[in-house]
Design a protein around this ligand. Structure first.
Ligand code: ADP
Length: 252
């Protein structure tokens, strides 16, 4: 490893460490106040959701922190109101819940892979903004992020997964479809942004090809939007080239 790579790595570790201290401050604050946080991470296969979550929760209290990654719906769940199975996992007082994928599956994988009908898809958009508005009005601090990667980067990451014995658990049959349906996923993503970006619950996009930068910037943005005691505001200024709220001009 050359000197400049070493230096960047040390700087990343140092910044991450400081941000993890801020996350602990945030958690202490929400435990004290009985607040509820729901952080949603969305993005294509290989966008870096799992690895970002690992860094966020690394030093948090296991009792008050929950990561939710629901499997495909069971036969019974298929017959329920679409949002029903997610409701059971919403945070109670003092809890910080992270959804690794969420109800937005209906707008992404389910639409692209044909796992839902056109009617179900339309109904989803007819309900999602009201649903999120109800959660927010009930006091849940809801934040939603989309980790955006390029096709080249996804290809490289999915290939690396296949070769890495430590990443075998990440491989799924859905992955194989990700590159093949790149364009469909892009279109679905654009519709999702256009139809579910609201003033109350905006979409925040993170350029994620550079995974360490993406993690740092996502955590900075997330913390900068929440109130907590002893907040180190100077540390949290996010880089708006990397993390920014959705704007229709972003669609490409
Ligand atoms: P991940 O990338 O989250 O590790 P996968 O790539 O295997 O997981 O699947 C992506 C998402 O698609 C998951 O949230 C999974 O629950 C969902 N999914 C897979 N198969 C189906 C299906 N038949 N119907 C609905 N959702 C599905």
């Amino acid at each position: 490893m050359n000197h400049s790579v070493d230096k960047a790595q040390n700087q990343y570790k140092a910044t991450l460490h400081l941000l993890q201290i801020e996350l602990v401050k945030l958690q202490r604050h929400i435990i004290k106040r009985g607040e509820r946080i729901l952080l949603i991470l969305e993005g294509r296969d290989g966008a870096g959701k799992d690895s970002t979550i690992k860094r966020i929760i690394a030093h948090l209290s296991p009792r008050e922190t929950r990561v939710v990654a629901l499997p495909k719906p069971s036969d019974r769940e298929q017959t329920e109101w679409y949002f029903q199975r997610y409701v059971a996992h919403l945070p109670a007082a003092a809890e910080f819940v992270i959804f690794n994928r969420s109800w937005y599956n209906r707008a992404g994988v389910e639409k692209v892979m044909g796992f839902c009908s056109d009617r179900d898809y339309e109904e989803f958009f007819a309900e999602v903004n009201d649903f999120e508005s109800m959660l927010t009005r009930s006091g849940i601090l809801l934040r939603k992020y989309y980790l955006d990667i390029t096709k080249k980067e996804q290809k490289a990451r999915l290939a690396a997964r296949r070769d890495d014995p430590l990443k075998q658990w990440k491989i799924s049959p859905i992955d194989e479809q990700a590159l093949k349906h790149w364009k469909d996923y892009s279109e679905a993503r654009n519709v999702m942004f256009a139809r579910s970006h609201t003033h109350l619950c905006p979409w925040t996009i993170v350029h994620s090809d550079e995974k360490k930068t993406a993690r740092i910037q996502l955590i900075k943005d997330f913390l900068s939007r929440l109130e907590y005691a002893d907040k180190d505001i100077d540390l949290l200024a996010p880089d708006r080239e990397v993390v920014f709220d959705y704007d229709p001009a972003y669609l490409k």
